[in-house]
Design a binder for this molecule. Structure first.
Ligand SMILES: NC(=O)c1ccc[n+]([C@@H]2O[C@H](COP(=O)([O-])OP(=O)(O)OC[C@H]3O[C@@H](n4cnc5c(N)ncnc54)[C@H](OP(=O)(O)O)[C@@H]3O)[C@@H](O)[C@H]2O)c1
Length: 222
């Protein structure tokens, strides 16, 4: 039985990852860290409040037998309030969690990044995501899996109103209905990402760094 630690389990993708993790027979325990307790109750689940900026504090809450660490956190510049506050979550907290998991002996780290992530991008969001990926790759996990979903098709799961997504999603759904919905830039359901990520967490990958693009996520989690 494996122990998994996760951050971001209250989010749109993270909650789907959590549900699929709890369904897996080989998962004996899931420890979810975050800024608030989860409202999910399950015999395998332990929810703990921690400071996600603090690797030492996170490591203190990660069990010694942890096998897999999964990162699903993320914010937006609007939600966070500034570029710095966005970077503090989407890059710094992600990497701090990476350090904490490695310190406790996790063998595999999986992170939800984004399509187009690139540390040299002129786009601030994609650059930050790319910087997080780059820093994680340098930590030296035996196996790091980076998943890069396209637009999340949350189907009303997100309580917050995001104007760009409300306009872009119906348009993207229509376009990809015509050109084929498994193309790389096609919107992807959070549940498909969650299912794919959990399958990837327990497959026999051995390459030190693997990047899984959105079209592959459709194939793995669809
Ligand atoms: N939306 C898209 O179309 C899209 C596309 C590609 C990639 N992505 C990426 O996919 C990942 C997951 O996205 P999502 O839509 O599932 O995100 P989400 O629903 O907004 O969930 C974000 C998670 O991060 C946590 N979080 C945010 N700010 C925090 C803070 N300051 N301190 C502690 N925890 C914080 C949230 O915790 P609380 O519940 O406590 O707020 C929640 O668990 C993100 O990295 C996102 O950038 C998104």
């Amino acid at each position: 039985m494996k122990t998994v630690v996760i951050i971001g389990a209250s989010g749109v993708v993270g909650s789907r990852v959590l549900a699929h993790l709890l369904d897996r027979e080989e998962v004996g325990r899931v420890v979810a860290l975050g800024r608030r307790l989860l409202d999910v109750q399950h015999a395998k689940l332990v929810s703990k409040v921690v400071d996600l900026q603090n690797a030492t504090e996170m490591a203190g809450e990660i069990p010694d037998d942890v096998a897999v660490a999964i990162c699903c956190i993320g914010t937006t510049r609007k939600q966070a309030g500034s570029k710095e506050a966005f970077r503090a979550i989407d890059r710094d907290a992600v990497v701090a969690f990476g350090r904490a998991g490695l310190q406790k002996g996790a063998q595999r780290f999986l992170v939800v990044s984004s399509i187009g992530a690139n540390p040299r991008s002129k786009n601030f969001y994609l650059k930050t995501k790319g910087q997080a990926e780059e820093a994680l790759a340098q930590l030296g996990y035996p196996q790091l899996t980076i998943v890069r979903p396209s637009f999340l098709d949350d189907r009303g799961a997100r309580p917050e109103f995001r104007l760009g997504e409300r306009i872009a999603l119906p348009l993207a759904r229509a376009i990809f209905f015509v050109v084929g919905k498994k193309r790389r830039y096609a919107p992807i359901a959070a549940d498909v990402v969650g299912k794919a990520l959990v399958r990837l967490a327990f497959d026999d990958a051995t390459e030190p760094v693997r990047i899984v693009e959105s079209d592959q996520l459709h194939a793995i989690g669809g």
